[in-house]
Design a protein around this ligand. Sequence first.
Ligand code: ACO
Length: 418
Amino acid sequence: MRASSWTISDDVNRRSCLGESRLGAPSNPSNDLHKRPHTVTDPVLVPGLAGIPAAKSSISFIDGTAGILAYRGHRIEVLAEHSNYEETCFLILEGRLPTAAELETFRGDLAARRGIEPAVVQTLSSLPKTGHPMNGLQVGLATLAMTQPKVDVKDPASVREAVLRLIAATPTLIATLERLRRGDDYLPPTEGSNTAEAFLYMLNGEAPSAIAERTLDCCFVLHAEHTMNASTFAARVVGSTESGPYTVASSAVGALYGPLHGGANERVLQALESIGGCEQVAEWYAAKRESGGKVMGFGHRVYKTKDPRAHTLQRLAGELFDAHGSTPIYDTALELEKAVVADLGGRGIHPNVDFFSGIVYQKLGIPTDAFTPIFALARMVGWLAHYEEQHQDNRLFRPAQIYSGVHDATWVPIDERG
Ligand code: ACO
C-alpha cells in the first residue's frame, strides 16, 4: 500500500518536474523556461508594475509632473468648482456631459435605487459592532448582490442596471453600517435627494447644512476616478474573469482598504491627533524619519508634485474652518506639510489626496473609520466605468511570473522528514 502510493507520488512529481502534464501528455517544450539557458530576452520584473500600462482607457488622465488630473478631458479643478457628483458620474460613465434633462433623469435613476432590502439590513445588523466598516461594506455588497436579479455580463443593459444600483446603494450601506453599530435603526433614504445630501441625512438623521452638503459633494467629485490605481486594477482583473459588477465592487473595496492606498486617510488623522499640536511637529517628524516609517498622506506613484485634489481639499478645509471655526489639527497639518516637503519634496514626495480629506470629514462630524468607506462610495463609479470599458474588448488578465524557486526537489515521505 505504502509502496504503491509512494510510486504514484514519485511518478507525478517526476513528470511535473520534467514539464509533463499530470495527464501524461508532454507539455509544450517552449513553456519549459527553467530548462532553457537565460537570455537577454527573458522577461524583466518591474516591482509594483510601476509605469507598465495594463489597459487603454479614455476615462481619466494624469500628468504626475504637472499635477494634472482630468476625467474625460475635464480638469478636476473645473469639475470641483462647477460640477456635482451626479453630473460627474454621468460624465465618467457616458464619456460626455449630460443635458439638463439627462441629468435630472440620472438623478432620479440613482434616487430610485438607493434603498436596501430588509435582508441586507438584517445581515448588516448581525455583524460584530467592533469590526471595520470596510469589511462590513464588503459583506453589504455581497448581500446586496444576492438580493438582485442575476446580472448578464454580456448584456450592457443588465450590467448598467447593476452599476446604477451599486453607485446608488453604497452610500446607504455605509450610513446603515454606522447607524447600526451605534445602536440606531436603518433609516431609509428620502426621495429625490442627491448623493451627498442623502448620505448625510441617513448618517445623522437630519437634513445637512448647505455647506456640509456642498463640501461632501465636492469630495465625492474629487475621489470619483483616478486611472489605473491598485483598486481600479483589482476591479479590472476581477472583471476580466467575467465576474459580475457586485463581486468587482467588493474586490475593489478590499484593495482600497490597505494603508498604502485609500486606508491612508484614516491613518493621517490618527497621526495628526497623536502629534499633539504644531509645536510637536518637528520632534514627531524627526522620530518618524529616524524609525524609517512613512508619513501617511504623502507620496504618490504618479504625482511628483502636490496632488491637485489635495489643493482643492485644502481649500475646502479652509472654507469649512472659516465657517465653523478652526481646529488645532488643521494647523498641525500645515506644519507637517512644511516639514515633509522641506525634507522630501526634492524627491517628489508631497501631500496626496488622503492628507486633507480626513481633516474635512472630521469637521463634518464623520467618524474616522468611515473615511475609507466614503472614498469607496465616491470611487464606485470609477471602478465600474473601468469594468464596463474592460468588457468592450475583454481579455482575461493572466500575467507571467519569474520563477525563483527550486527545480527537481526530492520527495521525502512524511515519516522520514526531520
Ligand atoms: N513618507 C516617507 N517616505 C516616503 C513616503 C512617505 N509617505 N512615500 C515614499 N517614500 C520614500 C520611500 O521610503 C522610498 O524611499 P527609499 O527609496 O529611500 O527606500 C521612496 O520614497 C520610494 O517609495 P515607494 O513606496 O517605493 O514609492 P511608490 O511609488 O511605490 O509609493 C506610495 C507610492 C505607496 C503611495 C508611497 O508614497 C506611500 O507609501 N505613501 C504613504 C501612504 C499613502 O499616503 N498612501 C495614499 C496614496 S494616495 C491613494 O492611494 C489614494
